[in-house]
Design a protein around this ligand. Structure first.
Ligand SMILES: Nc1ncnc2c1ncn2[C@@H]1O[C@H](COP(=O)(O)OP(=O)(O)OP(=O)(O)O)[C@@H](O)[C@H]1O
Ligand SMILES: [Mg+2]
Length: 371
């Protein structure tokens, strides 16, 4: 049983055997081919749709490549600047290059850890990349890049790296936004835009796939789950791989609750899931609004959209007392970050768990405290 939640569909890890990366067969095939060919590409999509899992798992399956992974989520969004990026990159290159330090100029190597000028560092990085790439091709996964859109210098720098080192160096950019390529095209990040071959947009599973995901996951764990629980979970978790696998893990740990308790047991697990998800969701919304002077208006919009399953622009305008044209700016920001979506003339919260959290009393205060 433990093995199924350590390595199976319900495992928490973002590096899984490809047989346990569910429902993304086409994406696996295509990203693998791109990585082998040294093409640079983007992976976008809502939170918890499996972006990191897809790319880390595919990269890990290629044994001729070296893989470097950097998650920029750790960087405070105010510090999301080229300088900070270079610092992290230096640390990673240093670790990677230590393995064959005999081939690297020691003085240069030491300089990396010091505060030398960026121009100097850039030269050292290029030499290090040369050394690393001579040894093996390198896949560099840069996760959560959306905060860096404010500093197009990073994308210009990556464009320069592309021209020097592709295809031995492959860079994959991952972002929790709806369409990263469009953002690169319309910002000053144009130089990189032209060097990107493709964008993979991951979306939540449909109901049938969600059911299959859960069924296969529980089968791996040798647990039989009442059909009505599968139906209920598939409906209430909105097809997000992250929630489905968290639900699976919780359910496996509390299996008695489900097999005997049926839908009642399911509700209890859902409550636990919501408790675990709550902090995560609050942090994510706070981060998304951290530099917004009028965060309160965004929060009012979110609450209204969460409370009324599908609300129109006119209704929002009336309830928030802002002109529809003004509201559209706020809404398009929330849409780009995938927290709300528009279906014909109506707005709704994309993720049912986020919707539940946003309906709690006091949630606005909690988010504001974190901004
Ligand atoms: N296709 C999949 N098959 C099996 N497990 C998956 C799949 N996609 C995601 N998971 C699981 O769901 C969780 C969330 O996935 P992941 O972190 O890759 O999503 P993400 O899109 O990168 O999310 P975020 O935007 O928050 O970074 C992980 O625990 C992962 O193991
Ligand atoms: Mg991710």
């Amino acid at each position: 049983m433990l093995d199924c939640i350590e390595n199976g569909l319900f495992a928490k890890s973002t590096i899984k055997p490809l047989s346990n990366v569910f429902g993304l067969e086409d994406e696996i095939k295509r990203t693998k081919a791109y990585l082998r060919a040294g093409e640079w590409f983007l992976v976008s999509g809502l939170r918890r749709t499996g972006k990191t899992t897809l790319i880390r798992s595919v990269a890990a399956s290629l044994d001729e490549h070296r893989v470097m992974y950097v998650n920029t989520w750790k960087i405070h969004p105010d510090q999301a600047k080229l300088e900070k990026f270079i610092e992290i990159m230096g640390e990673q290159l240093q670790v990677a290059a230590t393995k064959f330090i005999d081939r690297v100029n020691i003085t240069d190597f030491k300089l990396l850890g010091m505060t030398v000028k960026f121009e100097k560092k850039k030269k050292i990085f290029d030499q290090l990349f040369d050394q690393l790439l001579e040894d093996r091709p390198l896949i560099w996964i840069i996760d959560e890049v959306q905060d860096f859109f404010k500093d197009p210098r990073l994308f210009r720098y990556l464009a320069a790296l592309h021209d020097l080192h592709a295809p031995r160096l492959t860079v994959v950019l991952l972002g929790s936004v709806v369409a990263m390529r469009k953002i690169l095209r319309i910002t000053a990040s144009h130089p990189l835009y032209g060097r990107i071959s493709d964008e993979f947009l991951l979306t939540p599973f449909n109901e049938m796939k969600s059911r299959q995901f859960l069924k296969q996951g529980f089968e791996q764990c040798n647990i039989s789950i009442p059909e009505e629980v599968i139906t209920e979970a598939a409906l209430q978790l909105g097809g997000f791989a992250g929630w489905l696998s968290l639900f699976g893990r919780l359910a496996v740990i509390e299996k008695e609750m489900l097999s005997s308790g049926g839908v009642e047991g399911f509700k209890q697990i859902l409550q636990r899931l919501e408790k675990e998800a709550r902090h995560q969701i609050i942090d994510e919304i706070a981060r998304m609004l951290h530099d917004k002077r009028k965060a309160g208006i965004y929060l009012k919009i979110l609450r209204k959209v969460a409370e009324e399953p599908s609300v129109t622009l006119a209704e929002l305008s009336k309830s928030i007392e802002k002109k529809p044209t003004t509201l559209l700016n706020y809404l398009s920001y929330l849409q780009a970050h995938g927290i709300i979506k528009k279906m014909e003339r109506h707005y709704l919260i994309a993720d049912p768990l986020t919707r539940r959290v946003l309906r709690h009393p006091n949630v606005e205060q909690e988010i504001k405290k974190k901004i």
